[in-house]
Design a protein around this ligand. Structure first.
Ligand SMILES: Nc1ncnc2c1ncn2[C@@H]1O[C@H](COP(=O)(O)OP(=O)(O)OP(=O)(O)O)[C@@H](O)[C@H]1O
Ligand SMILES: [Mg+2]
Length: 167
């Protein structure tokens, strides 16, 4: 079912201050899609984990999440457009982001990025070890991302966009 608020141009212009939440498994093409976005508008747990520790250090996630919330809050308060480049495949993570954006009177856009599982797995295994997601985690992310396709409609996003790669 296609809803009127669903658009397919994932990176079509957004309003100043919007929060764009990417949703997709590792290797689905989120960061690639964001290549044309100014780097300072992109926030990701990967980058924040690297800042507080080193690339790929999953034990830094709690600190990275704290920082992420602070950074998002400050940018939303200032009305600075922000693209969140995490997998965001878990519904409770998306719920927190929708709530945070709306608390600041901002629109929150879901950008659902999809690629077939074999494509994600192949892209993942071609990466350097510290950037590779364990295969069982990737399979789980992919299942959750596909499930999100149906769930997004009921999650309070102001707009839902779709982007497919590798099909
Ligand atoms: N549309 C595309 N066509 C061809 N290759 C692509 C496309 N999108 C992404 N890729 C390739 O797939 C790999 C993974 O893409 P990308 O890094 O964007 O995934 P990601 O969703 O950001 O993953 P992660 O969640 O692990 O950061 C990259 O090597 C990229 O070059
Ligand atoms: Mg990425």
């Amino acid at each position: 079912m296609i809803h009127p608020h669903i658009t397919t141009a994932a990176l079509a212009p957004v309003d100043a201050g919007d929060l764009v939440v990417l949703i997709g498994a590792g290797g689905s093409g989120k960061s690639t899609l964001l290549r044309t976005v100014p780097a300072h508008e992109i926030v990701s747990l990967d980058a924040l984990r690297a800042l507080v520790s080193e690339p790929g250090d999953q034990t830094a996630t709690i600190d990275a999440v704290l920082l992420q919330t602070q950074i998002l809050t400050m940018r939303l308060r200032r009305g600075k457009t922000t693209y969140l480049d995490n997998s965001s495949t878990e519904p409770h993570h998306r719920a927190q982001l929708v709530e945070l954006g709306h608390q600041h009177g901002r629109r929150v856009i879901a950008a659902w990025v999809d690629a077939p599982l074999p494509v994600c797995l192949a892209r993942n295994s071609a990466r350097p070890a510290e950037r590779r997601v364990p295969e069982d985690v990737l399979r789980h992310q992919h299942r959750m991302a596909r499930a999100a396709r149906e769930l997004l409609d009921g999650e309070g996003f102001d707009e839902i966009r779709h982007h497919r790669t590798g099909h």
